[in-house]
Design a protein around this ligand. Structure first.
Ligand code: NAD
Ligand code: WQD
Length: 338
């Protein structure tokens, strides 16, 4: 199968490129490197020994995308390109709505022009909002989001669903990721956040490698066994393999389908701190701080549908997650920037 990965040089896209190539599919990537580096794709080629066709373009640029899609005519598009920092989205809402919505509309318009019908989309567990109680099922109503980033995902899901409603020859697969973490086991590719990390695992990794002094745990007074929030941390290679199954499904089925990509197992912040300390061989220094605005206490998936329909389930646990994150961080302490 020929695939086109928008935002494929980013964290999840680059790992998915590896999984796609290893499953025998062809991969082309389009990225503007807003939050990534072409070095990630060079390393994908190094891991797999296979070539990736790489385009530098803005996915919201219709002329550029028309040319790229005409050249590739992919069987399936996986749409990763987007801005993803929750806090930044509160400060710069129009940039988030513009980029995330425009890229999706441009893709849909070009797909229609060229008769391309299959798209897999990077959605997020954030669309379940604050009021649903975990485990989250795909059948639950979407919730009220707490930030513009979350609303872009909520709206992109709706836009894609409406596009299918108007054209039943389309196949739309909406993947709701839980908390993607870890790195490829080679240590060659991984998450490379710019500036101070917002997310837990990159922050812990940078403390472990000595780039930051200590982690601040955002609140230990939640109604959970150790008082810290619980999440469904999923190894990025498990997530990547879920995309292979979703893309294969998309070419064989018409309709709009939603799948949670999570493990179904919640772990607390302190569970992750402990597991990372075990993986890197020294304890992670942390202090307890106040709660972070907008955090939900608990989030985890019911992962039955992906297992039953796609034949996919997460295989790696938090020990592999921490082992691989540590390998990436310790061998690339400055990310791709070195
Ligand atoms: P990332 O920032 O590493 O990757 C996104 C990629 O898209 C980057 O390479 C960036 O340069 C590119 N990009 C952004 N806007 C673009 C544009 N207009 N044109 C071309 N390229 C553009 O992020 P990621 O963690 O790999 O996330 C991939 C997708 O998954 C995003 O849509 C994100 O919202 C979604 N998602 C991520 C998480 C997470 O925790 N990482 C969770 C749920 C959903
Ligand atoms: C995990 C836990 C924090 C940092 C975010 C987005 C979500 C999705 C995934 C894209 C929480 C705690 C964190 C720190 C801490 N992204 N924490 N100290 O908030 O579950 O999800 O990324 O769709 O939309 O909101 O992930 O990694 O930021 O936090 O104590 O320095 O770690 O409070 O309990 P989150 P996270």
């Amino acid at each position: 199968m020929k695939t086109l990965l928008t935002g494929g040089a980013g964290y999840i896209g680059s790992h998915t490129a590896v999984a796609m190539l290893e499953a025998g599919h062809e991969v082309a990537v389009v990225d503007n490197y807003y939050n990534s580096s072409p070095e990630a794709i060079r390393r994908v080629e190094q891991i797999t020994g296979k070539a990736v066709t790489l385009y530098e373009a803005d996915v919201a640029d219709k002329d550029a995308m028309r040319k790229i899609l005409k050249a590739e005519m992919p069987d399936c598009i996986i749409h990763f390109a987007g801005l993803k920092a929750v806090g930044e989205s509160v400060a710069k809402p129009t940039e988030y709505y513009r980029n995330n919505i425009d890229t999706t509309l441009t893709l849909l318009e070009c797909m229609k022009e060229l008769g391309l019908s299959n798209i897999v989309f990077s959605s997020s567990a954030t669309v379940y909002g604050e009021d649903n109680i975990p485990p989250f099922y795909e059948t639950m109503p979407k919730g009220v989001c707490t930030n513009p980033y979350g609303w872009t995902k909520w709206m992109q899901e709706q836009i894609l669903r409406d596009a299918w409603y108007a054209d039943k020859e389309m196949s739309v697969v909406l993947l709701r990721y839980f908390n993607p973490v870890g790195a490829h086991e080679s240590g060659l590719i991984g998450e490379d956040p710019q500036g101070i990390p917002n997310n837990l695992m990159p922050y812990i990794s940078q403390v472990a490698v000595g780039r930051r002094d200590h982690l601040t745990v955002f609140g230990d007074d939640y109604d959970t066994p150790d008082g810290t929030c619980r999440r469904d941390y999923i190894h990025v290679m498990d997530l990547a393999e879920g995309h292979v199954k979703a893309a294969e499904y998309s070419v064989e089925h018409r309709g709009t389908e939603v799948f949670n990509l999570g493990t179904g197992n919640p772990y607390s912040v302190l569970d992750m701190v402990k597991a990372f300390g075990d993986a890197c061989g020294h304890p992670i220094k942390y202090e307890i701080g106040p709660r972070r605005a907008g955090d939900v206490q608990d989030s985890w998936a019911n992962a039955d549908k992906a297992r039953e329909v796609l034949g996919w389930e997460a295989k790696r646990g938090i020990d592999e997650i921490c082992r691989d994150a540590w390998k990436w961080q310790s061998t690339n302490p400055q990310g791709y920037g070195e």
